[in-house]
Design a protein around this ligand. Structure first.
Ligand SMILES: [Zn+2]
Length: 202
């Protein structure tokens, strides 16, 4: 019977990290290119490996992706409303029984979300990211004299600036929410593990 520390060690090293996947497809990087009929080509290079070519065709509501390694897939696009009547685009993960709404897809021969690939983030990375997002949010509010609780347009501000700042803030808040969810998932996985192995809740 292993003690509590041996269990911990195994838990710590079990999952791969997002940082280990240099190739990913990001909604943000495709922003502005996702109009119907667009063809986007990109080459992803990995050290000591053949480069992988991607051809992405944009259709109404989905992408068709052909990779030079023979992998082809369709990715459904989803839109959710955000502030000021604008919309945000998401990928629907093409993994079997998945279909999660995600910002990034990772490539390990096929494109999948981090849940399908069972990827995690470095804990330090999550905390630093949360703090750095918070700093950015606060500095934007103070730079433009905005009230975090009541995001009204100051009289002197141009509408264009207001929309640009609003969209940027929206991105930051969503990214922050994403990191908070990751932290919760990590805690949940840890407590499920201890409950299963030791019958204790932490
Ligand atoms: Zn998935």
């Amino acid at each position: 019977m292993g003690g509590i520390t041996s269990g911990r060690r195994r838990l710590k090293n079990r999952r791969k990290r997002v940082e280990d996947y240099p190739i990913r497809l990001s909604v943000k990087e495709l922003n502005g290119k996702l109009w119907q009929g667009a063809v986007i080509r990109s080459t992803w290079r990995l050290r000591n490996r053949e480069p992988i070519e991607f051809m992405i065709r944009v259709y109404d509501g989905f992408l068709s992706i052909d990779c030079s390694n023979g992998h082809s897939t369709f990715i459904e696009l989803d839109r959710t409303p955000c502030h000021f009547g604008m919309h945000r685009t998401w990928f629907r993960c093409p993994g079997e029984d998945c279909g999660r709404r995600v910002m990034h897809l990772y490539f390990n021969g096929r494109l999948r979300c981090r849940h399908c690939l069972d990827l995690t983030y470095q804990s330090r990375h999550i905390k630093n990211r949360f703090i750095s997002l918070q700093m950015k949010i606060l500095s934007l509010h103070s730079k433009y004299g905005l009230d975090p609780d009541d995001f009204k347009k100051p009289k002197w501000m141009h509408w264009q600036t207001y929309f640009t700042v609003g969209f940027h803030l929206n991105d930051l808040y969503e990214a922050q929410l994403d990191t908070a969810i990751l932290e919760l998932e990590k805690d949940l996985a840890r407590s499920e593990y201890f409950m299963k192995r030791y019958g204790v809740s932490i």
